[in-house]
Design a protein around this ligand. Structure first.
Ligand SMILES: CC/C=C\C/C=C\C/C=C\C/C=C\C/C=C\C/C=C\CCC(=O)SCCNC(=O)CCNC(=O)[C@H](O)C(C)(C)COP(=O)(O)OP(=O)(O)OC[C@H]1O[C@@H](n2cnc3c(N)ncnc32)[C@H](O)[C@@H]1OP(=O)(O)O
Ligand code: UBL
Length: 368
């Protein structure tokens, strides 16, 4: 094992990475809070500033994927559509099978220059999460309680506010509403049967209301739907902890650009359109599982240096005070404190190795 690879598996490195992420995140959340008075004076400027501040947080996770773990991301799409990515507002529909699929989504956002402004229809609970949840509040992320009686009004209102958003954005929708498990799949296929809909093998039955309300309220602002299907090579099951351990994965994303004009405006027709789309997505996944590839030509949008530069900046800024603290601990702490800290780090490293390496090449269930 090379020295760098060994370093990446060390718990101490993971501690430092998490420390930098958390402390820089809190600092950025605080800076976002300081922009509050600006919203009353110049709303568009406040939004632009918040996009850049948000970039400083989310790009750290992207840097972990791109530069630390070295994960590769290939895009299957047609060259005509490729030219438009990052230059227009779009609704992105993505399958939800992996712990890190949101992070792969962010990586593509980064490569097409829309990371700071990217949006999602997220469950309300995430809004209370320090750093990312608080960052989302200032990014005008749309939250839902997954109770349609309440969401109907609040989601539409939040979407309407994006009509004059000053930056290009991609609005991510996990129409399945939750991450794929065999149990959830079984239940949702029972619902499909009751509704007389064809069964899906690789997806849960999509929830249509969120998509229909999004298409309806972003019409005029958004020009296309990016139907995106993600999978990983060699049956890999990527995890955040695996990436933190420096494990390299290879993501394949198939994207079809569909003009929003071709999505029906009528609610029930829109719902039927989405069900049909998921049947097609299921076929793409079937093709991937048979052949190991999606249809169409492959391009690999290049990674950009900004995520790494931002990360190195925060590491430089925050690791010095940490070193001072450690030195202080060594000088003033008892032998017991020092020894127990070292033991804790070593134990963490061993556990991290198991988590990050243990799943390598592990068999995955048939669906992905
Ligand atoms: C070029 C590159 C292209 C792309 C790059 C890719 C991506 C990058 C893009 C952007 C990145 C941006 C950000 C990413 C960062 C982070 C994301 C992280 C986290 C967010 C994840 C989440 O939080 S997911 C959870 C929240 N989101 C959703 O739930 C969305 C989907 N849900 C809906 O739309 C729902 O309808 C709802 C939430 C609006 C309302 O929910 P509710 O439950 O109240 O109503 P439903 O309509 O769903 O339920 C009633 C109807 O559903 C039927 N039913 C019942 N059981 C089931 C079942 N198990 N499955 C399916 N359907 C079921 C029921 O019968 C009712 O049917 P009706 O016919 O009567 O409507
Ligand atoms: C620079 C590296 C930093 C490393 C430190 C990593 C710490 C990151 C901590 C948290 C990142 C989480 C980002 C939010 C992503 C949330 C994804 C998610 O929660 O989706 C919910 C969805 O499934 C539905 O959930 P349910 O199971 O239906 O309810």
């Amino acid at each position: 094992m090379g020295l760098l690879r060994l370093l990446k598996t060390q718990f101490l490195c993971h501690l430092i990475i998490c420390y930098v992420f958390l402390v820089s995140g809190i600092i950025i959340n605080f800076l976002q809070l300081c922009t509050l008075p600006l919203w009353g004076i110049n709303k568009q400027l406040a939004r632009r500033v918040n996009c850049r501040l948000a970039y400083c947080i989310s790009s750290q996770m992207v840097a972990m994927l791109e530069w630390w773990s070295g994960t590769e991301c290939s895009l299957y799409t047609d060259p005509e559509s490729y030219k438009l990515y990052g230059k227009e507002n779009a609704i992105v529909i993505l399958n939800h099978n992996f712990e890190v699929d949101f992070l792969c989504g962010w990586t593509f956002c980064e490569r097409f220059g829309v990371l700071g402004s990217s949006k999602v229809l997220a469950k309300q609970e995430l809004a209370y999460m320090p750093v990312i949840g608080w960052m989302w509040y200032f990014l005008e992320i749309v939250f839902c309680k997954r109770k349609w009686e309440e969401d109907r009004r609040t989601v539409a209102q939040s979407l309407q506010r994006l009509q004059d958003y000053p930056e290009n954005f991609w609005f991510l929708l996990y129409c399945e509403g939750t991450r794929f498990t065999e149990k959830k799949h079984k239940i949702s296929m029972e619902v499909a049967e009751k509704k007389g809909l064809p069964k899906l093998k690789y997806h849960l039955l999509p929830r249509t209301k969120g998509f229909c309300v999004t298409a309806q309220n972003l019409r005029g602002k958004v020009t296309a739907v990016y139907d995106s299907t993600l999978n990983f090579r060699n049956n890999q099951t990527p995890t955040l902890l695996g990436m933190l351990n420096g494990k390299k994965y290879h993501a394949d994303l198939y994207v079809r650009r569909i003009p929003l004009d071709s999505v029906p405006e009528d609610e029930s027709e829109c719902a039927a359109w989405l069900h049909k789309l998921y049947q097609e997505k299921d076929e793409f996944q079937e093709q991937y599982s048979q052949t190991g590839r999606f249809p169409g030509p492959i391009v690999t949008p290049p990674r950009r240096p900004w995520a790494l530069i931002n990360w190195l900046f925060w590491v430089g800024l925050l690791v010095c005070p940490l070193c001072m603290l450690v030195l202080q601990l060594i000088y003033s702490g008892s032998a017991f404190t020092v020894v127990s800290t070292v033991v804790l780090c070593l134990t963490g490293t061993e556990e991290g190795k198991e988590e990050g390496g243990g799943k390598e090449g592990g068999a995955k269930s048939h669906y992905c």
